[in-house]
Design a protein around this ligand. Sequence first.
Ligand SMILES: [Zn+2]
Length: 417
Amino acid sequence: MLKLAHYSIGVGDRFGHQARAQIRAVQALKNQGVTVVPVWNKSFREHSLIGTHPADTRRAADAAVAEEKWTSGYFLDADHISLKNVESFLPTSDFFTLDVADFIGKPVETADSEAFADRHAGLTGRLSVPGIAQPLEIDRATLIKVASRYLAAIRAAGNLYRHIAAAKKTAPFVTEVSMDETAAPQTPVELLIILAGLAEENIPLQTLAPKFTGEFHKGIDYIGDPAAFAREFDEDIGVIRYAVGRFNLPGNLKLSVHSGSDKFSLYPHIAASLRRHGAGVHLKTAGTTWLEEVIGLAAADGEGLALAKRIYRLAQPQFDALCVPYATVISINRANLPSADTVDAWSSGQFVGALEHNPACPAFNSDFRQFIHISFRLAAELGAVYTDALKAHAAIIGEHVTGNLLERHLKPLFLDR
Ligand SMILES: [Zn+2]
């Protein structure tokens, strides 16, 4: 088994130009004593919208790692894949995020749920889990209920894992299972029962992405009660520890936090939990790097700023279509979006101020930020006009990419202070 490090961060690079700037961020943290392994993740959805191929991501990452002389490991994540779209990722990915959220709640035979409850009868009663103050209370009815809700998803994960393992032959890879793109969060009790099922499928699970309490929207801070999240996250770590021992899962199994960028109000809680338990984590970010490209272009002023404004003008009439693929993970108040004419009149500083995620800045507009977040397809359609601009303004964009990752994400999460 290819082993994922204690700390890892999923980084996105939609256009394949920022891998070096991203490595500079993890290198800067490593220089301060903390190693966080980068994992370049890109979903089938993102590849389709941009017109790229998983091999492009591999090429960009390999080249950047060599150029920056990064020696602490890295991975290429086939993010949110299913049996329908895994094929193109098989040759170049060494990390697979098996998205089985669509199978949650799919019916299974009553006899199957009951047989599952029989096999795991040992979990019923008051279960003391180290790290969790109150014992977990599980009865047979709960086991059956959770099994009937999650067994189809658990089996889908098993089928997909075996499909990948057969295709990869002897090439090792990391396996994550994700259940985050669904409506209802999973409780720690559900998580424990799901882990029992995933262990039965013999999946060498290294990361699990549950749906946590509250909303994790793209490019903005957490929506919900950070204290409620903190309790749940802490209990989930306890459950994972317990499940590793009880179900013989890989010892480095850890939580994966999806849509993890910009969740500033959660990072102190996550950091405290990790320290308290000595636990690892995988934090997945992606689109925030594309936002830093637009910020860097705007900060460059002149042609760069003009291009950022042009992308916004092109995106505006496509509002509804752009929202469709991200409907469950955005919350844009359209009334707060400035008109394209208004934005055209903005200075470089006004554009950057509106887009950069600095809640203390009066110019910051989270609706504008979310809308630009989902508008990357327009930049892709500009083709070389966009990618040439990335090259022309590589220095200033790179500073923003590195700074955002290092100062706003890596340091608050992983640096003891
Ligand atoms: Zn996800």
